[in-house]
Design a protein around this ligand. Structure first.
Ligand code: MN3
Length: 198
């Protein structure tokens, strides 16, 4: 069975003015779709075609650089689907009590979390992602380059923001810090993040 492009979990204009329908038209309709098409082309007629996306990512990550193209496209399919689920209309604000207590314990409080997460997103040089992850039972903020993702490092992803220029350039141009601030203040789907704690 081929890998598929999942629909956005909200209307394309639902997150305006922070992320426009025009951005989703390209980011989901072109970029995410292209990763799915590329992954299907790279895995068809191979034993990877029948495996789950997570299995393909792990197998490719263990066989770099031979499987770099498969890793890049599989990881980007996963990353984007995960990112859409991290967003919601009227999001932002604070997480629920359970996650907030973990953030207080592991990351020095919610204000410190916001500052450090934003800093990770802003200082990722070039294309990549900033993440809140669970690593060895503790919350951590990490950043990854290009398609790289926590799954390839034994970590569990809880939250991400895409800081490739295609994620924000139509709406924010070069103002990545403002995009990340809007993400934290207005878009984070904390229910999804907390559900990822397991
Ligand atoms: Mn992207």
């Amino acid at each position: 069975m081929a890998f598929e492009l999942p629909p956005l979990p909200f209307a394309a204009d639902a997150l305006e003015p922070h992320i426009s329908a025009r951005t989703f038209e390209f980011h989901h309709g072109k970029h995410h779709a292209a990763y799915v098409t590329n992954l299907n082309n790279l895995t068809k007629d191979s034993d990877l075609a029948g495996k789950s996306l997570e299995e393909v990512i792990k197998i490719a990550a263990a066989d770099l650089p031979a499987k770099q193209g498969i890793f890049n496209n599989a990881a980007q399919v996963w990353n984007h689907t995960f990112f859409w689920n991290c967003l919601k209309k009227g999001g932002g604000g604070k997480p629920g009590a359970k996650l907030l207590a973990r953030i207080d314990a592991d990351l020095g409080g919610f204000d410190k979390f916001k500052e450090d997460f934003k800093n990770a997103a802003v200082t990722q040089f070039g294309s990549g992602w900033a993440w809140l992850v669970l690593d060895g039972g503790k919350l951590k903020i990490v950043k990854t380059a290009n398609a790289d993702l926590p799954l390839a490092h034994g970590q569990t992803a809880l939250l991400t923001v895409d800081v490739w220029e295609h994620a924000y350039y139509l709406d924010w141009q070069n103002r990545r810090p403002d995009f990340v601030q809007a993400f934290l203040d207005h878009l984070v789907n904390w229910d999804f993040v907390e559900a990822n704690l397991g």
